[in-house]
Design a protein around this ligand. Structure first.
Ligand code: ARG
Ligand code: ZN
Length: 463
């Protein structure tokens, strides 16, 4: 390994010395290295340029006793430029080897960047498979707002979450919401432990050594921040939602009885949300409920959101389910657009309370309007990484939608909400895409509304 590592370092040094970073391959391709970051306004180093991932095939073995993770990531991607080298995001862990299209690739690591240099350059448009084998004890990340994410160890297992950046603590990839891909995840655990991930469980087998392997398939595109793994002693529940969607819930044994009734409501709650938001975007549903003390917040991990038991209430469940449409299917192009997730999921809670709990959305609006914390910055412009999940993103984000509804009327608003989920289904979108779409459905300019409620620094005098 040290041999290859040295080769990688030398190759990189040579690259840097070349004017413009260009090299010429035998085939005549003049490739340059892909960018090491996508220049996200809030997280400039996340993601990588020069390729587009189609599929992640992750094979993971975990031993909770030692905390050691052994992984192989097989990444199928397409080059979007002539590439001499490209990066993956990876934090911690030890890389044991890398190949591109089966040939050993030189690799190098610096901070959270893993650079692979394929033997043959990759011409623009070429589909390729990069394989990285790695090992180590994953370390969680501490976010700018002080919360923990990534691979979080529990007493007898782990829970892995990744918003905004933590997925790179357990697998290498293009760790930015703008590059969504499908996933297959194969998880091998010591006998007696259960593992869960996103999507549909397609296989469960016992290995010769007694360990148990499950295979999980996510058929619809998923942003890396929505990938999850939960490992421990869990009790499960199954059901069918919406006629065809398999529902699998898992709750750690200690919190299983207390969460069973709400877990059983999932099909009914999804049916209500479909009426408002349009067709459910995924082929699986469910929830994972963990003991308190490890994960500090609920997260809308694709198809199967995760909740610390203390956060597993109906409003939070509705919020994380609403994200399946708003955030998971319609995914922000950059982290700057986070209000497209949180504002919409919050307004989804307000709409539900209005329809089913006799609390008009205007009551939530008035409450939010009165709170100083919601006026710290405009929802479309969180000033820094530490503000990503601050009150203006959620509450003022929801207030934008409420003002839009007041301005265009209930019927047009319903059409905008559903149409937005439909038009950008399984895609990425920006705040500008939203304002343009809303105006196109409303048939008029709404600048006055956006100026004050979406972009305005000041609290308006009147609600
Ligand atoms: N997206 C989650 C929710 O509102 C919140 C994630 C908070 N994450 C964090 N690193 N602070 O449903
Ligand atoms: Zn949310």
């Amino acid at each position: 390994m040290s041999q290859r590592r040295r080769t990688g370092t030398l190759a990189l040094a040579a690259l840097v010395l070349l004017v413009g970073g260009c090299t010429e391959a035998a085939g005549g391709v003049r490739g340059t290295p892909g960018a090491a970051g996508l220049r996200d306004p809030l997280f400039p180093k996340l993601g990588n340029g020069g390729y587009d991932v189609a599929h992640y095939d992750l094979t993971l073995a975990y031993d909770p006793a030692t905390g050691r993770l052994d992984g192989t990531a097989e990444i199928t991607a397409r080059a979007t430029q002539d590439l001499s080298a490209f990066n993956l995001d990876l934090a911690g862990l030890t890389v044991r080897g890398a190949t591109v299209d089966g040939a050993p690739a030189a690799y190098n690591r610096a901070a959270n960047e893993l650079t692979l240099r394929p033997r043959d350059e990759l011409a623009k448009g070429k589909e390729f498979t990069a394989t990285v084998t790695y090992t180590g004890v994953p370390e969680p990340l501490t976010d700018a707002d002080g919360s923990k994410e990534g691979w979080l160890r529990t007493a007898d297992g782990a829970i892995a979450v990744g918003e905004p950046a933590g997925s790179m603590t357990w697998f290498p990839g293009n760790n930015h919401p703008s590059d969504k891909a499908t996933y297959t995840l194969t998880l091998t655990l010591p006998a007696g432990l259960d593992g869960f991930s996103n999507g549909v469980r397609t296989e469960r087998r016992t290995e010769k050594d007694g360990r148990v392997t499950t295979v999980w398939h996510t058929a619809e595109p998923m942003a890396s921040y929505l990938a999850t793994v939960a490992i421990g002693r869990y009790e499960t529940g199954t059901a069918t939602a919406l006629g065809t969607v398999p529902v699998l819930t898992a709750a750690e044994a200690l919190v299983a009885p207390g969460s069973a009734a709400l877990r059983a409501e999932i099909p009914e709650l999804l049916a209500r949300q479909v009426k408002r938001f349009g067709p459910y975007p995924f082929s699986a549903a469910g929830a994972v409920v963990t003991r308190d003390g490890t994960l500090g917040y609920a997260l809308e991990t694709q198809s199967r959101p995760v909740f610390p038991a203390a956060s597993f209430d109906r409003a939070t469940l509705l919020h994380e389910q609403a994200h399946q449409w708003f955030g998971n299917s319609v995914t922000p192009e950059s982290w700057q657009d986070i209000w497209l997730n949180e504002g919409f999921a919050t307004y989804g809670e307000w709409l539900y309370a209005e329809e089913y709990e006799h609390v008009p959305a205007s009551t939530h609006f008035a409450r939010a309007f009165a709170q100083d914390a919601n006026w710290a910055f405009p929802p479309a412009a969180p000033p820094a990484a530490e503000n990503l999940f601050d009150p203006p993103v959620y509450q003022r984000g929801a207030m934008v939608l409420h003002k839009l509804r007041e301005t265009v009327g209930d019927d047009v608003f319903d059409e905008i909400l559903r149409g937005w989920a439909e038009k950008y289904r399984h895609a990425n979108a920006t705040t500008d895409d939203f304002t343009a779409y809303a105006e196109s459905v409303a048939g008029r300019d709404l600048d006055a509304l956006w100026d004050v409620w979406l972009y305005g620094d000041e609290k308006p005098e009147k609600p």
